[in-house]
Design a protein around this ligand. Structure first.
Ligand SMILES: Cc1cc2nc3c(=O)[nH]c(=O)nc-3n(C[C@H](O)[C@H](O)[C@H](O)COP(=O)(O)OP(=O)(O)OC[C@H]3O[C@@H](n4cnc5c(N)ncnc54)[C@H](O)[C@@H]3O)c2cc1C
Length: 357
């Protein structure tokens, strides 16, 4: 807390743990160490992605991802529920965590920011830090509409829980099935299984908070496909009240601060799930911001540009590294799928290096 009085406002009424596992990697490992959470992250580490097998229409494995597509030994892959729990447990007692609350209005004055909440009276703060994700309300209220900052990468992704496929003893193979413009997969970690659906599309107009609308889009997209377990995954989507569905997009803003308000994490600079660096960028950004506020004795006019200068290179690298990842996962045509399959390694060939513990 570095001497600040901190209030965290979270829209959900609980800490959400759904979605696919995420990676803590690169300099974020050092940040985790300084936060004192590295041992807990290591204890909760899972290993999932090294056993991705592409399968054909009836589920026969046709090849696995090449060795250079995977995590480096330094990465810590962790379930979202564990990362969220570890971060919440690390909060000092004096931090106020308000669940089921969100920011409705932000009015800046010379010496304070007045924040209106969905369920209560406005309150005054010295600074507002918007860490509210790719669809940030803070960003919308202070920097303008989401469409001005969003770069759609041509894909959508959904993650659903599949309790029926969960089997802690099962062989750790994650099957993926492609047909033109679509990908379906199942991944297992801990005692859980998740279904993954991806499809290529131009931007779709829907309410991103409306889970039923999201499900309808998925049913329409995958309705025709009777191959492999695609319909089983759709059944899981039907039964899951908490499906994760979003476009694969990046956020590009010329500046992440305005007056007494600054953005952190995806709200400022989402690099997209294809980058695999969202959580790591959020951690390094939060660390730089805290350090710069401390160095400048709380003077945000000095601290915010310094935070941004330190964080930008990480973001530019992550956003630029996305490249052709989408085309590999979701090739647009049969020919492109066959070309991708030729790059796969035979199933049964030497496995990737195990991630060192
Ligand atoms: C439920 C969920 C599932 C996800 N699953 C995946 C996944 O499967 N694959 C993937 O690549 N990425 C996923 N992500 C995104 C990934 O977590 C982020 O890219 C990364 O962790 C960066 O973190 P962040 O804190 O900047 O944003 P996020 O992790 O998105 O966190 C933002 C937080 O702000 C809260 N919030 C949003 N709006 C408001 C508001 N108006 N007022 C108050 N609070 C608000 C959200 O509930 C959320 O807890 C998921 C995000 C969420 C919230």
């Amino acid at each position: 807390m570095r001497g600040h009085h901190v209030t965290i406002v979270e829209r959900a009424d609980r800490l959400r743990g759904n979605g696919s596992p995420i990676d803590v990697r690169g300099d974020a490992i050092q940040v985790a160490e300084e936060m004192g959470i590295l041992p807990a992250l290591r204890d909760a580490r899972i290993r999932m992605t090294e056993q991705v097998h592409f399968v054909d229409d009836d589920g026969t494995a046709i090849g696995r991802l090449p060795d250079d597509i995977g995590d480096s030994p330094d990465d810590i892959e962790i379930a979202r529920e564990d990362l969220s729990r570890i971060l919440a447990e690390a909060l000092p007692e004096a931090v106020e965590l308000r669940l089921g609350e969100s920011v409705d209005s932000i009015a800046e004055h010379d010496d304070r920011v007045e924040v209106g909440f969905a369920s209560g009276d406005p309150e005054r703060f010295d600074l507002v830090l918007g860490a509210d994700g790719v669809h940030s309300a803070v960003r919308r209220l202070v920097f303008g509409p989401e469409r001005d900052w969003t770069r759609h990468l041509g894909l959508y992704v959904a993650i659903t829980d599949m309790p029926g496929e969960a089997d802690a003893e099962a062989e750790r193979i994650n099957p993926m099935y492609s047909y033109p413009g679509h990908l379906a997969g199942i991944a297992r970690f801990k005692d859980r299984a998740i279904g993954v659906l991806m499809f290529a599309s131009d931007p779709i107009d829907y309410d991103y908070r409306d889970v039923e609308a999201q499900k309808r889009i998925l049913f329409e997209q995958f309705a025709e496909c009777r191959s492999w377990k695609v319909q089983t995954i759709l059944d899981a989507v039907r039964a899951d009240p908490d499906v994760y569905f979003d476009s694969i997009s990046q956020i590009h803003l010329p500046s992440w601060h305005r007056g007494r308000v600054a953005l952190v994490g995806d709200a400022a600079h989402c690099a997209s799930p294809l980058a695999g660096r969202g959580a790591s960028l959020a951690l390094t950004g939060a660390q730089f911001l805290a350090e710069e506020l401390e160095r400048s004795h709380g003077d945000h006019v000095t601290a915010f540009p310094r935070y941004e200068a330190r964080q930008r290179p990480y973001v530019e690298f992550a956003q630029g590294a996305v490249g052709g990842g989408g085309a590999l996962l979701v090739p647009p045509t049969r020919e492109a799928i066959e070309a991708r399959n030729r790059l796969l390694q035979p199933v049964g060939s030497a496995p990737m290096d195990p991630v060192s513990e």
